[in-house]
Design a protein around this ligand. Structure first.
Ligand SMILES: C[S@@+](CC[C@H](N)C(=O)[O-])C[C@H]1O[C@@H](n2cnc3c(N)ncnc32)[C@H](O)[C@@H]1O
Length: 183
């Protein structure tokens, strides 16, 4: 077993406490990142770095970088420690701050954005990130079945904006996968 796999396995024991994604959602993100050969990924909501490890391991193959945003400094420090343990820390920039302030400061053009912080802010996160998502870029939003009633504005936006093609993916707590067109 590789080092990152043993760290993931250990973190899965505390997944509820840290509200981490399910392993299958990690695998889904990993497949998407490898498929589109992503160079820049933005994650909103780092927690202790579980999903960041899945994302960074895929980005190791594509030669890309992850920027991940977390406003709780204790969790961000835990994420840094776990990334260091896997040797993936040089691929990941963990930024401490409110995503609503940090997203506009990002100057990279993102191939994929993963939303996993406050559900009632998903639409604001996406609207802030939209100018920095490339045509053909992907947006993955987590918890879209179990917490759907907390994100009516996001649901309305991703299914009714002509620039986005969106689909519900019934993995674990639910994912909405959106594709940004050039329109
Ligand atoms: C569901 S957890 C993220 C889990 C992580 N993606 C994983 O699967 O390992 C959500 C995290 O978002 C953080 N968060 C919530 N609102 C935020 C905001 N406005 N800016 C930055 N981080 C935020 C919380 O502190 C929490 O650690």
């Amino acid at each position: 077993m590789e080092q990152y796999e043993s760290v993931l396995k250990r973190l899965e024991k505390t997944a509820k406490e840290y509200t981490n994604i399910a392993p299958e959602n990690g695998q889904f993100l990993s497949i998407l990142i490898r498929s589109i050969h992503a160079q820049n990924v933005l994650e909103i909501g780092t927690s202790n770095g579980y999903s960041a490890i899945w994302i960074a391991e895929a980005l190791k193959e594509t030669g890309g970088k992850l920027t991940t945003l977390e406003f709780d400094p204790t969790r961000a420090a835990e994420a840094e420690a776990h990334l260091q343990e896997t040797g993936l820390n040089n691929i990941v920039d963990v930024r401490i701050g409110n995503a609503l302030d940090e997203i506009p400061k990002c100057d990279a053009i993102f191939d994929l954005v993963f939303l996993d912080a406050e559900k009632n802010e998903y639409r604001r996160y996406l609207e802030l990130a939209m100018p920095n998502i490339r045509t053909g870029g992907l947006i993955v939003a987590d918890d879209t079945v179990t917490m759907r009633d907390e994100m009516p504005d996001y649901i309305e936006f991703v299914f009714n904006t002509p620039q986005l093609h969106s689909v519900d993916v019934p993995l674990d707590d639910g994912i909405i996968l959106s594709y940004k067109t050039g329109m």
